[in-house]
Design a protein around this ligand. Structure first.
Ligand code: BGC
Length: 737
């Protein structure tokens, strides 16, 4: 067993263009650039949202004033856009057609946070490939995904769109999605990936979307940047700047991140696009006086394409003429844009076959893949033995998410039609005809009710109660931050009324983030957390509940007990007073004298621990780790660590465990995290089966940016854990000299 990322980096080499085809591409770019007027070059740098009537854009297309459009998905219109650009503009440069294809196109997969919960990069790559097949069949050749923003605060609604709190897991998912979208070899189904939002957007103050961030250099280098660097290495063709200002500098005007790091350190030769009007918003930040000023700042900082500010198209020509922007800067930007168009083969064939695109959408194998992903994404957080269900004759289905075909798709599912969604109710009625009674109790997740007499009466008639709770799709995603993460409306009251009937109650939570469900747990005999599971969520959940599939998802973020704990994440730095026991609020005597002795870093009212740690998830079976050992005690910087262990399925069901390897660097030139995920592997074992496994971790994976600002491994003593979550296991010592 290898660490997944080592394998992928090896594959990445195969994806890059060979030297000779690179030369051909650069020559083609030179030839085109030589023919282009300044105005035509600037036109390439302009992206507009062009949904609707093609005629509205015809004149600008003919004049070469648009390089890319977003938000048009009708293949007939896309062909028409391309026809005008290719046959009626002077140079015939095709358009880049973009769309937010975030977790599937028509066939919707679980939200990205759910994808991360699978800890299954190969499956995530398959899903991104499916998304690319469906989207490119309709003419979309550029998606604004994957979102790589580390999110440590679940109040931030966009946590739904990323892989959670861990840089290593995030990097694995980034690579998988990039390979899936772009394809392992470029062809007409390659869809350019866009790693976003560069950078730090997920650290918005207080979880309030669009807010400022304060990420100091070490944290930026060691936590927020690594997934992006992995994305660049995996060959992501494009990158999007973020809305936030970090320490006062908005990303869209930040030369340090866009030039020094992205271009000079990482050698990125792709296209940098702004976020929607993020150039214009630099005026709101007070970072520029007007549109001309911010256009100058953005282009000089390293932005190639303007999404929707119209700052480049309106002002770059005069800025070049006045000498404020060099024409060479414009040439470089256009090079980066043309390179993507050439790599995608748009010059050879900008059109699509409209009829052929239809059967690709919702193809049976796409639906099967989305279902398998929803099965792997669900996390079993509690089970007192009620699951898997067997032989229930009368099933009560209740709760606002039981039959919510729109909400089940989650945020950023523009093209998934709810008519194709299979809800849990639909799946249950199909599997158990005549046995299902449906009493929703609440119409939607924020709905309030005082009494639940009808639901309670139905529960009394049933053998088992399935309560589908959570949040509507609109409560997470962009611009949808929350300050209270409890179940909304009267959902907790509904669950407690159901519990009072004494019937077995299984809760399923569909949400865009880890909600604070501590108060609800006692009212459920079992709880399955599925995030928003997508088109095929219904059958996936039914398979899980009845044990056709054994749950294997693991938490990609820390689940909090209460929102006041945010931000709380497993890989925090070692503090001066590491947690070592609790003196909780009630133990404090009235008029107690002031003392801090013996106290550590925790909350008097909620202690030090979350509800569920990162990497956590139950199964219908149980797993035991034994004989954990390393091939050596001491390593050199160029060595590879081999971690050996035996994993045993000690329960009565076949199942899959995500074995996780964490490392702690005991002493560094700066304070180090208490532990960091360095490898993981999904392992399927039959009931009673044991397997000897070995994970390889190159010592250089333990490098970090220390006090001198250089990335390196700092020799010394380390500890390593192999476990089923971030809070378990016994450390094994080793050293690097
Ligand atoms: C979002 C981006 C998205 C873009 C285009 C913005 O509001 O922040 O993530 O890709 O819109 O739709």
């Amino acid at each position: 067993m290898h660490s997944f990322r080592t394998l992928l980096v090896a594959f990445a080499a195969g994806l890059l263009l060979s030297c000779s085809s690179q030369d051909v591409t650069e020559k083609q770019i030179d030839q085109l650039l030589a023919k282009m007027t300044l105005a035509e070059k600037i036109g390439q740098m302009n992206q507009v949202s062009a949904g609707g009537d093609v005629a509205n854009y015809a004149e600008a297309l003919r004049k070469g004033q648009i390089g890319s459009i977003l938000n048009e998905v009708d293949p007939v219109k896309i062909n028409e856009f391309q026809r005008i650009a290719v046959t009626e503009s002077r140079l015939g440069i095709p358009l880049l057609v973009a769309r937010d294809v975030i977790h599937g196109f028509h066939t919707v997969y679980p939200i990205p946070l759910g994808l991360a919960a699978t800890f299954d990069p190969a499956l995530v790559e398959e899903g991104a490939r499916v998304a690319a097949l469906e989207a490119t069949a309709q003419g979309i050749r550029w998606t604004f995904s994957p979102m790589l923003d580390i999110a440590r605060d679940p109040r931030w609604g966009r946590m739904a769109e990323g892989s959670g709190e861990d840089p290593y897991l995030d990097a694995c998912m980034a690579e998988a999605m990039i390979y899936g979208y772009q394809g392992r070899t470029a062809d007409s189904t390659s869809m350019a990936a866009c790693i976003k939002h560069f950078v730090g957007y997920g650290a918005a103050e207080g979880g309030r979307d669009y807010n400022s961030t304060l990420i100091p250099e070490h944290l930026l280098r060691n936590v927020y940047l690594p997934p992006f660097e992995a994305g660049v290495q995996a060959g992501a063709m494009t990158l999007m700047t973020s809305f936030n200002d970090n320490d006062g500098v908005p990303s869209t005007g930040n030369t340090y991140i866009l030039k020094d790091i992205l271009r000079n350190e990482w050698g990125f030769d792709g296209l940098v696009v702004t976020d929607w009007n993020s150039m214009g918003e630099m005026i709101n930040h007070g970072f520029g006086a007007d549109r001309k000023d911010v256009a100058e700042k953005a282009v000089n900082a390293g932005v190639d394409m303007d999404m929707m500010t119209m700052g480049f198209i309106s002002h770059l020509e005069e800025l070049v003429k006045s000498g404020a922007v060099k024409e060479k800067t414009i040439d470089n930007a256009v090079r980066n844009i043309l390179r993507v168009k050439i790599k995608l083969g748009l010059f050879e064939n900008p059109y699509i076959d409209v009829e052929a695109s239809k059967p690709v959408q919702y193809a049976p194998e796409h639906l099967a893949s989305a279902q398998k992903t929803a099965e792997e994404a669900a996390i079993l957080l509690k089970n007192n033995g009620v699951l898997p269900l067997k032989g229930s004759r009368r099933i009560l289905v209740t709760g606002p998410l039981a039959d919510a075909p729109h909400d089940q798709l989650g945020t950023w599912a523009f093209d998934g039609e709810k008519a194709h969604t299979v809800t849990p109710l639909k799946a249950l009625q199909e599997r158990f005809p005549g046995q299902v009674e449906f009493v929703p109790g609440l119409r939607y997740s924020r709905d309030y009710r005082d009494r639940f007499d009808d639901v309670v009466a139905a529960a009394r008639r049933a053998d088992v109660v399935l309560a589908f709770l959570g949040e509507e799709a609109i409560l997470s995603g962009e611009a949808h931050s929350l300050a209270d993460l409890n179940l909304k409306g009267s959902q907790s009251e509904l669950l407690s009324a159901l519990k009072a009937t004494g019937k077995p109650v299984v809760a399923v939570v569909m949400a865009g983030r880890p909600l604070t469900i501590e108060r609800d747990l006692p009212n459920a005999d079992a709880l399955l957390y599925s995030f928003h599971p997508g088109t095929m969520g219904g059958p996936a959940l039914v398979n899980l509940l009845w044990g056709d599939v054994n749950p294997s998802g693991k938490t990609p973020v820390t689940f909090l007990r209460t929102v006041g704990q945010a931000p709380m994440y497993y890989n925090h730095n070692m503090t001066g007073r590491p947690y070592s026991g609790e003196l909780l609020l009630d133990a404090i005597q009235p008029e107690a004298g002031q003392t801090s002795l013996g106290n550590t870093s925790y909350y008097l009212d909620y202690g030090a621990y979350p509800l569920f740690p990162f990497g956590y998830g139950l199964s219908y079976t149980s797993f035991a780790y034994s004989a954990i050992g390393l091939d050596k005690d001491t390593y050199k910087v160029d060595d590879t660590i081999t971690v050996n262990f035996i994993l045993t399925n000690t329960g009565a069901y076949d199942g899959t465990e995500v074995a996780q390897v964490y490392v702690r660097d005991l002493v560094g030139s700066i304070a180090r995290p208490v532990k960091e995920l360095k490898a993981f592997e999904r392992v399927s074992l039959k009931a009673g089966e044991s397997r000897t496994l070995s994970v390889k971790i190159p010592v250089k994976e333990l490098a970090f940016y220390g006090l001198d600002g250089k990335k390196k491994v700092e020799p010394g003593d380390f500890q390593l854990w192999v476990a089923g979550d971030s809070a378990s296991g016994t450390p094994v010592p080793f050293a690097i000299h």
